[in-house]
Design a protein around this ligand. Structure first.
Ligand SMILES: *[C@@H]1O[C@H](CO)[C@@H](O)[C@H](O)[C@H]1NC(C)=O
Ligand SMILES: *[C@@H]1O[C@H](CO)[C@@H](O)[C@H](O)[C@H]1NC(C)=O
Ligand SMILES: *[C@@H]1O[C@H](CO)[C@@H](O)[C@H](O)[C@H]1NC(C)=O
Length: 396
């Protein structure tokens, strides 16, 4: 193992100390909704008291649009009076693009939906649930002050104790109904504080080395994110510890996660926001009945749902599968059995496509699970390997 660590150290030091991702797509402005599907049904998934409109209805009713500042808005209807036994209109959209292992998503928002009964989420999913995995990036309900992260998987994927992260872990079995939960501990990640601080940014690294999620309130956004554009690559090596870390040491990412579609939705009440143990502590007194549906969804939409909207600057998707960040590099490939071989590579033209799917699971055999290695190093190492394999490497 000593020899292997030395080789790993050699590998890392032989690369520039950057971890650069190439942009695949930006969703923003007037073209934001072009590559998303609208659900067009009531919430038959989390049993919320909403109708998720189809595309035309959502635009006509002003619940999905790009505003005068170029920001994307997705909201709950706050203009209609809803009769008892009917649902309130809102939106759930799913990306037409699938993103494989080796992707990075960055979302910049200025407002999140909140209020009693309100349950917004930004998350990802595979075709079959939970077999293909789910990553919850933004999710909270009612008047919670902190955002919550989670993975949902089949049995066999867990979050180990003592991972390097700033968030607070809940139960660690990702196959349990709650998922393996991490609560944000930085201020202003949800509720009215989020927008008052100017909003913020979440970044999600979906990698063979693990799944890592960062959050920064507006004043804390790092320079690499502030200076990134809709066409530039981004270097994540200076981001520091994530809010939530799910290292591959206890969750084989390509085994539990297929390529993922992104989802943005808002529901009301349903089987998280609306159940008494969750609803009552914060919202019991928000109406005469103490019931989530009766006291919120029914009746006039304003002011109850005036704050129930997403407002977004952009959502960007990146990949390690496109050209390498440096013109050439060399290093050492370590086999799982510990033996090694020298390799070099040189870049090829961009392979980033509109429907990018990440590297195949053959990547999974790469020796990037060296235990006891700082997660960032593992991330750098794994991402380098992912980049290499996608480029066609030359084994000397
Ligand atoms: C939910 O409704 C949609 C549209 O009618 C349907 O395709 C889907 O199968 C339903 N899902 C469940 C879990 O009932
Ligand atoms: C709905 O909420 C928005 C703020 O999000 C507010 O500007 C608007 O006046 C509200 N609509 C009604 C009918 O009150
Ligand atoms: C380690 O694995 C590689 C690749 O399978 C193989 O070529 C090499 O001979 C193995 N080394 C030892 C010492 O088993």
């Amino acid at each position: 193992m000593k020899g292997r660590s030395a080789i790993l150290a050699f590998w890392i030091s032989s690369l520039p100390w950057t971890l650069s991702y190439d942009i695949v797509r930006e969703y923003s402005g007037q073209t934001f909704f072009d590559r998303w599907d609208f659900y067009g049904s009531w919430d038959n998934l989390t049993l919320g008291d909403v109708w998720w409109l189809d595309r035309d209805s959502a635009f006509q009713q002003g619940l999905a649009y790009t505003d005068d500042n170029g920001r994307v808005v997705i909201r709950v209807d706050n203009t209609s009076t809803v009769p008892f036994n009917e649902k309130r209109n809102t939106v759930r959209i799913t990306s037409q693009d699938f993103y494989g292992v080796g992707s990075l998503w960055i979302i910049d928002l200025t407002h999140l939906p909140y209020g009693c009964s309100v349950w917004p989420a930004f998350w990802s999913k595979g075709p079959t649930w939970p077999d293909n995995g789910e990553i919850d990036i933004i999710e909270a309900v009612n008047l919670m002050n902190a955002n919550q992260y989670a993975l949902h998987t089949l049995p066999g994927c867990t979050q180990p104790q003592g991972v390097m992260q700033t968030g607070a872990s809940g139960q660690g079995d990702c196959s349990q109904p709650s998922g393996c939960v991490v609560s944000e501990t930085k201020p202003n990640s949800f509720n009215e504080g989020f927008a008052q601080a100017g909003g913020g940014v979440w970044a999600t690294q979906f990698d063979v080395a693990g799944i890592f999620i960062w959050y920064w309130s507006r004043p804390d956004i790092p320079p690499s994110v502030l200076t990134a554009t809709s066409t530039s690559s981004i270097d994540i090596s200076q981001w520091g510890p994530p809010s939530a870390s799910y290292p591959a040491s206890s969750c084989n990412i390509p085994q539990f996660f297929s390529s993922q579609q992104l989802v943005i939705d808002i529901t009301l009440c349903g089987n998280w926001a609306g159940i008494p143990p969750v609803y009552n502590p914060q919202c019991l007194n928000s109406g005469p009945t103490g019931l989530c549906y009766n006291d919120n969804v029914v009746g006039p939409g304003s002011p109850k749902y005036d704050e129930a909207y997403f407002e977004m600057n952009y959502l960007r998707a990146y990949t390690t599968g496109a050209p390498a960040p440096t013109p050439s590099a060399s290093g050492v490939w370590i086999y799982p059995n510990g033996s090694s071989t020298a390799i070099t590579y040189s870049p090829t033209p961009s392979t980033a496509s509109s429907d990018f799917s990440g590297p195949s699971t053959s990547i999974d055999t790469s020796p990037n699970r060296a235990s006891g290695v700082n997660y960032a190093h593992v991330g750098v190492f794994a991402a380098s390997l992912v980049g290499l394999l996608s480029l066609g490497l030359v084994v000397l």
